[in-house]
Design a protein around this ligand. Sequence first.
Ligand code: SF4
Length: 398
Amino acid sequence: MTNEITAKSILRRNRRHIDDWFCGSYGLAPYYGCQHACVYCDGRYEKYGFEGEFGKDVNVKKNTIELLKKEIKLVKEPGYVFIGSGITDAYQPIEKKYRLTRRSIETIADHPLLSLHILTKSAFVEDDLELIAQIAKSKRKKAIISFSIAFDNDENRKKFEPGTAEISQRWRIITKAQKMGINTGVYLIPAIPFISDSEEEIRKTYEKCVKHKVDFVLSGGMTLKIGRQKQFYLEFIKKLFPKLYEPTVKLYSNADHYGSPVWQYSKNLYTLFNKLSREYKLKVRIPQHLLKDILPNYYESALMLSHMGEYLRQQGINRKAYAYAGHSIQKWAYEAKKGRTRRKDFNYGVIEKAFLEEVQNGEIMKLPSIGDKIQKMLMEFVETGNIKYYNKLSSYTN
Ligand code: SF4
């Protein structure tokens, strides 16, 4: 059932923190709920407050464009608008009728500071490639299309993600988008226990990522939060894969708040991701060339540090110092901008300048987790725009 609703706001500003997976400074979701009906979707989790039958019912924020046109005028800091978070897919079938995603992208395309990152499992994005390519061609803007690809083939995909596009379609659109100047990524999430988490299956997807030259590949396991989500998934497994029922129950037997599987399984899965990502030399986070000139210098450097932490973690080296340093810079930016971003005269260049000065005069070292070593890297970033150690880690040459 389609339910038209009036939203109070539409463009979410990530004021405190830009997450290092999707790198969106802003978020947008014209729909709430998802007709793709993936059996593992955490949209069923009670705390997200979705009312109705998840997978069939969708709330349509009918005033999306009106709100966006108003709210976008307040944007004075460059960054990605990430379309694809939470419990919805912006290109689910209902988009064919309402075209709220397309019209949102048209509005984003007109804004000089906004780039675009879309994550989808639908082939319907193909209809908007021309429009998305316009953003990619604009000065100091980028456009990324990421596909979530959890399977190598359609046999299980049809059962687990009934409303989504065929896997081969997603690869085809990746190639087509690249030819049009659009950057691309893959989120191999979730690797489904006993179904698509084998070395063989993950390897096949990684090989395709290399073959199709995607810019980055992020990988993750499946979570099952206690309640509706877990119950729905277990009932599905019991019905279609009865032999996997008991092992799945056991795997998710810890009452973990995030719905994570037992620790040993996660450890083994991430060891496998790490091993294969290194073998295929995959960029496991959105690379710097997609951040430079798109984000202000303070966010670019903060994300680079967080991403370095991830590359170190891959090698079994403690990543915390880098991740914390990245957080510290994000926190610094939040404080520096506090109460100013909505002012008519707000200029993010002033914050960039303040950041450069803090790095140059060493004041930045007063922030938690920024010691000599990281300050030197930040100096290098300020002087050259790069950090050699980041380049080494992300190109697997260290
Ligand atoms: S496409 Fe995403 S939001 Fe939609 S049902 Fe699947 S996992 Fe959930």
